[in-house]
Design a protein around this ligand. Structure first.
Ligand code: R5P
Length: 312
């Protein structure tokens, strides 16, 4: 591979070392060495164990499973890179947590998506590389460049190979409509919409389904599955309305403990997700499509200052 103008280095936080290694392998480099310690009082300490002066540095951290700890670790790694005179610091965040609190929809609540953006910038991040943000407008919370990758094309390829005869994409949440509509268009099938109302962090209620799922192969398409309440509600409703089979596709499979109960008997035949979140769930057993090659291509474009638009 031809050398880029500036040397670059990849480092991983503790949330996604396997993923970062896959990306590094695709780029033909090794992961940089760093030491992470937890002090007796619970504080985290990080040391970058090689020279990064003048380099373009990429720090990987996916903010799933333990978002608070991993976010803090990421900020500390970025601070360490800044103080070690990195030329640029890209935070590579396959799953960007806290994104669902992106507006003030009730009195006296925080906008955490903006808060996280501010923390990253203040720590010294000069670019963010992420995938399928909960809403695209979160990009505007940053005053630095943000490259926003999308897993949809990989899911499209997967479903095209299944040659389904009578499929329909169902958006299980009004907020997912835009991405579900694009998915349906690219598969050249119809779209139905679930009008869901969230009562609390764990409880959702069905208002209505707009569209006809009777006798069809339903593909539920969402950005996140956390407790599984949204997917199981939509799946049950589709079954009741006569769906023939049901598949669920989510970019970020958080699959919290509650999801195992919610999704166990909800009638979803198969789950598809990516490796933005490490997957080892023995109950849900999703089919995992790796997005590591896409991240590797994106990093290649960044270090060579090449256009990334063909990746979107
Ligand atoms: C909501 O806005 C998202 O698109 C997902 O529908 C939601 O985060 C899924 O959460 P859960 O699995 O807990 O219902």
């Amino acid at each position: 591979m031809e050398q880029p103008d500036h040397p670059f280095a990849l480092f991983s936080g503790s949330s996604c070392e396997e993923f970062a290694k896959r990306v590094a392998k695709d780029l033909g480099v090794d992961l940089g060495r760093s030491l992470r310690e937890t002090f007796p009082d619970g504080e985290i300490g990080v040391q970058i164990q090689e020279n990064i002066r003048g380099k373009d540095v990429f720090v990987f951290q996916t903010l799933a499973k333990n978002p608070n700890g991993y976010l803090m670790e990421l900020l500390i790694m970025v601070d360490a890179c800044k103080r070690a005179s990195a030329r640029t610091i890209t935070a590579v965040i396959p799953y960007f947590a806290y994104a669902r609190q992106d507006r003030k929809d009730k009195p006296r609540v925080a906008i955490t998506a903006r808060l996280v953006a501010d923390l990253l910038e203040r720590a010294g991040v000069t670019r963010v590389l992420t995938m399928d943000l909960h809403t695209e407008q979160i990009q505007g919370f940053f005053d630095i460049p943000l490259d926003h990758l999308c897993a949809r094309s990989l899911f499209v390829k997967t479903f095209q190979k299944l040659s389904m005869k009578n499929a329909i994409v169902v958006s299980p949440d009004l907020g997912s409509n835009r991405m579900a509509r694009k998915f349906a268009q690219e598969l050249d099938v119809d779209l139905a919409i679930v009008d869901k109302r969230r009562m609390s962090a764990q409880n959702v209620r069905l208002n209505a389904i707009i569209g006809d799922v009777k006798g069809k192969e339903v593909v539920l398409f969402d950005d996140i599955c956390s407790t599984g309440a949204t997917l199981s509600l939509a799946a049950n409703a589709c079954r009741d309305l006569g769906a023939k089979s049901i598949f669920a596709v989510v970019t970020h499979g958080l699959f919290t403990t509650a999801s195992e109960k919610n999704l166990k008997d909800c009638g979803i035949d198969r789950f598809y997700t990516t490796d933005t979140v490490f997957q080892n769930n023995e109950i849900i057993k999703p089919i995992v499509i790796s997005v590591a090659p896409l991240f590797a291509k994106a990093i290649n474009c960044v270090v060579r200052a090449e256009s990334m638009s063909s990746l979107f």
